[in-house]
Design a protein around this ligand. Structure first.
Ligand code: GTP
Ligand code: SPV
Ligand code: MN
Length: 588
């Protein structure tokens, strides 16, 4: 459908006060930001401390992705699979029609054309988001290539349409609230066959910035399945050894499990260098040479603030030194930002405004920043932004890492025996839940490939697609696959591994393995490092970090047999064979 026709149709349905087609210019950003400052939604930060930056906080019940309210509306329920919420597309359209009817009354309807991926990449795709949230416009400007440039590339036949509303129409004369949203009535809806997205009731992150999880993962994963490529919840990182040799790795960890941190890591090993291509999403295609190439469809970072410090992630701290939007962090008296883990506050520190916008009481036992508080910032501001990040062909991937948050059982790192075994490792990922999604925290759940909330089709078919991808190239050209776990804890609940910059020690072993160097020992679960470079680190119990508890792993097998059963005949035989082989090795 031509863009103009679609815009008119949506405007007729939603009844906005006016329509604004975004050009993506800095002037437009500044004008919208200024208006939001006037209405008290954004607070400008201290220009001497954090120039051109803003603080805002959301409604206390609109702070993360809402997975229970996220739907994949394929024609057939089986095509959404057992891990997705599903509703019949016709039935869902009836619901949406009612919800969106007049939903933008009294508001501006913004039309945001955007490009996912470098502007001139053959792998990039165009989307258009219609939204009644100016906050979304500002964030989309940072997170995507947005406006005129994207519009020029727009092909009427193939843009991905997305309609978003906060779900709070204004009656004539009614005063708006700072963060309009509709927590009792939230719907994040995808029609994979039509390639359309509808989102209602939330203004936060992945619920509302439709280019990110809705398009670049849920819709893109269905396109990738059809067209023979991969759309993944993965960071992309360049790693250079002291001899100057460079490789690229991709890594899938569940939400708030360390992608941004690994993507911007400052190695504690001398002579090693890390450069960042992307921190959340990778689109990967085979090149003519049989290697897998990755582009980052995004242009910015929507990163977890708590835990980020000059100690843990100095590159992120430098990235967010200016031109950044902060959502749900705490505000200092001199109008700068603060969050748990940033730096220690002393008893004499001036008082904070909490993420709720009220004076913070340290005795409350509650955090000053919401655990899923985020910064939105352009990738270009990252001091280690990789030179090849805008390469239209992408970067060649030598290793793929899977991982999760596991207090026990899963060793620090191990290598798969081959591609199929690596796909099994991806399928077997479990992780403790985090604040990135609404619901209970710290509960262990299956999160295959870190894609549980993001796979737009039947996860069994997705597993089969990964196995199929391995048949498209030869084993020496395919990336090697690893499993990592930075999060093992001792009996006192302390992390056994220092993590962050010290993860470079694990990356070094992987780098050397992909060069057919670096020694490994076979175990039933995979190949473990014979040793790791621990120079300069004290008190590390490497034996424990790399140990394999057979009984615990037999328990994992039982758990996985049960999980795989969920997929019925959509589970590829190859995965069941890997699981049986693992049990066989453990029982030997
Ligand atoms: P999404 O943006 O939600 O997809 O998350 P992400 O995978 O990019 O997670 P991120 O790197 O933002 O990390 C989330 C939290 O985990 C932060 O509070 C980090 O400080 C913490 N974290 C990251 N890496 C490590 C690590 O190696 N060890 C430990 N202990 N914590 C880590
Ligand atoms: C995630 O939850 O994995 C994120 C943040 O990257 S959001 O964009 O809100 O989904
Ligand atoms: Mn993510």
């Amino acid at each position: 459908m031509p863009l103009k026709t679609w815009i008119d149709e949506i405007a007729a349905l939603c009844c906005p006060k006016r329509v604004h087609l975004c050009d993506g210019s800095q002037e437009e950003f500044d004008a919208i930001a200024a208006e939001m400052v006037r209405s008290g939604v954004l607070v400008p930060l201290n220009p001497h401390k954090r120039p051109h930056s803003f603080w805002c906080h959301s409604h206390p019940d609109d702070v993360a992705r809402v997975e229970e309210n996220t739907f994949i509306c394929s024609q057939k329920k089986e095509d959404a699979g057992p891990t997705n919420n599903w509703k019949d597309p016709l039935e869902m359209k009836q619901i949406l029609k009612k919800l969106f009817h007049g939903c933008m009354k009294g508001r501006t309807m913004y039309v945001i054309p955007y490009c996912m991926g470098p502007l001139h990449s053959p792998f990039s795709r165009i989307g258009v988001e219609i939204t009644d949230s100016p906050y979304v416009v500002l964030n989309m400007k940072i997170m995507t290539r947005m406006g005129k440039t994207a519009l020029e590339r727009l092909d009427a036949a193939s843009f991905i349409p997305g309609v978003h509303s906060v779900g709070v129409p204004l009656q004539p004369g009614q005063k708006d609230v700072p963060w309009p949203c509709n927590p009792m009535n939230r719907w994040i809806v995808h029609f994979p066959e039509e390639r359309a997205i509808w989102s209602y009731g939330s203004g936060y992150g992945g619920n509302a910035l439709l280019g990110k999880k809705c398009f670049a993962l849920r819709i893109a994963s269905t396109l990738a399945h059809k067209e023979g490529w991969l759309a993944e919840h993965m960071l992309i990182v360049g790693i250079t050894n002291p001899a100057g040799e460079k490789k690229y790795f991709a890594a899938a960890f569940p939400s708030a499990c360390g992608k941004t941190n690994l993507a911007m890591l400052t190695p504690t090993l001398p002579g090693w260098k890390i450069e960042c291509v992307g921190d959340d999403i990778a689109w990967m295609h085979f090149g003519a040479d049989g290697r897998l190439y990755a582009i980052n469809p995004e242009a910015g970072y929507f990163g977890v603030a708590p835990g980020t410090s000059f100690k843990t992630n100095p590159n992120a701290m430098r990235t967010i030194a200016h031109d950044t939007i902060f959502t749900n962090v705490a505000l200092t008296e001199d109008k700068d930002v603060w969050w748990e883990g940033m730096e220690i506050l002393s008893a004499s520190s001036p008082p904070l405004t909490s993420w709720l916008g009220t004076p913070y009481d340290p005795a409350s036992g509650k955090p000053a920043a919401y655990p899923n508080a985020r910064f939105t910032v352009s990738a270009k501001q990252c001091p280690i932004y990789d030179k090849e990040a805008e390469n239209p062909q992408g970067v060649p991937i030598s290793a793929i890492l899977f991982g999760g948050r596991r207090a026990s059982t899963v060793p620090l790192v191990f290598e798969s025996f081959n591609w199929n075994h690596g796909v099994f490792l991806g399928a077997s990922v479990s992780s403790e839940t985090t604040a990135a999604s609404k619901g209970e925290m710290g509960r262990l759940r299956h999160d295959p490939f870190a894609m549980l909330p993001f796979c737009g089709y039947n996860m069994g078919d997705y597993f089969a697609h990964w196995l199929e991808m391995g048949r498209k190239s030869s084993s020496e050209k395919l990336p090697r696959i690893y499993y990592v776990n930075w999060f093992q804890k001792d009996n006192a609940g302390q992390f056994l591994w220092p993590g962050f910059g010290d993860n470079s020690r694990v990356l070094k072993w992987i780098f050397e393995r992909t060069d057919h160097k670096g020694e490994a020992i076979d175990s039933p679960i995979g190949r473990l490092p014979k040793t790791l470079d621990l120079h300069g680190l004290q008190g590390i119990n490497l034996d424990r970090l790399l140990s394999v508890d057979r009984n615990a792993w037999l328990g994992e097998c039982d758990e996985l047999f049960g999980y795989f059963k969920l997929f019925g005949d959509r589970l590829p035989q190859g995965l069941m064979e890997e699981l049986k082989a693992l049990r066989g090795r453990l029982e030997q």
